[in-house]
Design a protein around this ligand. Sequence first.
Ligand code: ZN
Length: 75
Amino acid sequence: MDDAPVDIVDRHRTTVFEIDRDGCDRCGPHVEAFVFVEMPDGKPLSYCHHCGTRFWVELNRQAAHVYDLRHMRTP
Ligand SMILES: [Zn+2]
């Protein structure tokens, strides 16, 4: 008889990524970034709401990780 193991615990791998409040790498430090990107070589990039949306497809294609905090933007 194949009894299912009783001690299975769902675990989700959690990545902790430190995000400094940063400015947009394209617009400059005066524009707050909401899209944070980690490139495959580890280089971090940050983009404002506008640039993050504009380059969204390309960023997701090239980056190792993309962290979207655009929902945290206050109007
Ligand atoms: Zn920008």
